[in-house]
Write a protein that binds this ligand. Sequence first.
Ligand code: OGA
Ligand code: MN
Length: 397
Amino acid sequence: MKYIYFMCVAHIVALEVGPLFLHGCRRKVHLHAPRRPDRDRRPAPCQAPRRDARKLAASNRPLPPPYAGLPNTIKTGYSRPQSIDLSPGRRARRMHSTQQIQCCSEEYAMRIAVKEVVPAFVGQIDDFPFEAMDERVIGELRAAWTAYPILRFRNVAIGDREQIAFSHALGRPVLHPRQLQQGKNEEFPEILVISNKKKADGTAAGDLGDGEVNWHTDTWFVERPPSAAILRAIELPQEGGNTYFANMYAAYAALPASLKSRLVGLSIHHQTVIDGRGEVRLGMTRPASPNYADWPGVDHPILRRHAQSGKTGLYLGGSRKHQSIVGMAQDEASLLLDELWARATDSAHVWGQEWRPGDMMMWDNRCALHRRDPFDPGAIRLMHRTTVEGERPMAAW
Ligand code: OGA
Ligand code: MN
């Protein structure tokens, strides 16, 4: 079975390595191309192997985290933990953070308990039943994730196989180009290694190094950016390397009415040539034209309707530097983009994750931005990420 799965993944990689981006089982990413229903039909989905999670848990020991827990002390616009009742058919009922979710009958007993960390933004699940993921658990997880786009899992004692199975329960895997470069995991192609570790020859053994990572959503420059990213801490520095999330529903809601209506019909042109660090992406060459509005790329609406919640959020992608707005003169677009980025990342909508051993974060790239603090280059930070496919951003107008 493992062999079949490996062959399946190898096949995907072989098919997709030519284009810029590897995207589940689709054969091509049509940047900038109009959708054609006849061509857009997907080949049969590539099935993940059905694995017995209990056996996996026994066979795949997690690495021990290297240091004791830290208090979560980041000051942001959000505070006051609470928990919320997500029982099917019931209205949300807030409770004190120390209570578990209340259930009214055996029939409705919830299998996962979600503590509210930030209302309608961050939830926490301690002791998620990775070893017993059935339809009910996944259904509850989806409901929790729609209510809380940022989920923090605590006391996570799983390895790569379980993380891949968990990720796959939410949708097909997406492979980032860096999974073929410095972020490659030799054993599991689905894992993107986020680390400042070095190989014996001195080259990077992970992506993102030890520096600051600016505000972005993941892989915004493709037609169908990923929905979830799931990041599991394996080794952490004593301090630094915190990850911050900005709530794009809240950022949109806080816009003045005049700006909300000005954004109707506007899309950002996300060029695909230069990445967030100013480097030329895999397989691309820098165009001769200095006008990046003409560079190859993909257009996404600024006001995005979330496919599950139906709510409107700002969708700004990443890498502000080379952005343009479709049909708008660059001077005007630059001013508008600066204003939007400033409003989107206002600390009022930001919450910070100070990592503890056993933490795993799952974020929704469709309605949240994230950034990371730098950390001591002498320390090691090692995280494993899996990524779930998303849909083409829908305009909220
Ligand atoms: C990512 C990312 C931030 C972090 O994996 O996409 O932005 O905290 N990571 O490592
Ligand atoms: Mn990211």
